[in-house]
Design a protein around this ligand. Structure first.
Ligand code: ADP
Length: 190
């Protein structure tokens, strides 16, 4: 069983690579951003709560995210493993994830970080904003807030996995298939 954290700033390509990885490795995709958007679309209480944070580019509070992930893990225990996309985004979330997985007799195999320079990220997000229908993709100030939140609150999560010898950085600029090949080499080594 492989449990992978796909890491990187907004616009790094986590969603794109996740789709390919699910197909190749039969992993269960757990994207907290997608889950929040699903709740939003269904008009649930959780969706309404998350919306005010998401629209501004801020993080949804840890406890809210953690219980949503806990539910998802409990409901899909008998799978080939998970690909965590957009989670954990804080060290508290990373610690909670370790605890949750341990409770189910699982552990993180490794974190794969997609490395993309800031200027390229901004261009990619703006381009995606033309079709993604996401309020947080369409406004320069919100994009800048998300990148700042990533640098301040999320980047320390990389150290958390590095200290455990589970961190691998991959160049996220170039052909999608080339990046995918490089990610696959790392996953095959788990
Ligand atoms: P991106 O990677 O482009 O920022 P996501 O879909 O991963 O997009 O996340 C969109 C928004 O959802 C984030 O800006 C944040 O408000 C919220 N969100 C998603 N995952 C988390 C998380 N693990 N912790 C807190 N907030 C989250």
């Amino acid at each position: 069983m492989r449990n992978i954290v796909l890491f990187g700033p907004p616009g790094a390509g986590k969603g794109t690579q996740s789709e390919k990885l699910i197909e190749k490795y039969g992993l269960t995709h757990l994207s907290t951003g997608d889950l929040f958007r699903k709740h939003l679309g269904e008009g649930t209480e959780l969706g309404t709560l998350a919306k005010k944070y998401m629209d501004e580019g801020h993080l949804v509070p840890d406890q809210v995210v953690i219980s949503m992930v806990e539910d998802k893990i409990s409901n899909s225990k008998h799978c080939e493993g998970f690909i965590f996309d957009g989670f954990p985004r804080t060290t508290a979330q990373a610690e909670a994830l370790d605890r949750m997985l341990k409770n189910h007799g699982m552990a993180i195999s490794g974190m794969i970080a997609l490395d993309v320079p800031q200027e390229i990220l901004k261009e990619r997000i703006k381009e995606r904003g033309k079709t993604s229908n996401r309020a947080d993709d369409q406004n320069e100030e919100k994009i800048n807030t998300r990148i700042k939140v990533y640098l301040d609150e999320t980047l320390p999560v990389a150290n958390y996995y590095e200290e455990q010898g589970k961190f691998k950085k991959i160049n996220g600029v170039g052909e999608i298939d080339e990046i995918f090949k490089e990610i696959s080499v790392t996953i095959d080594s788990y």
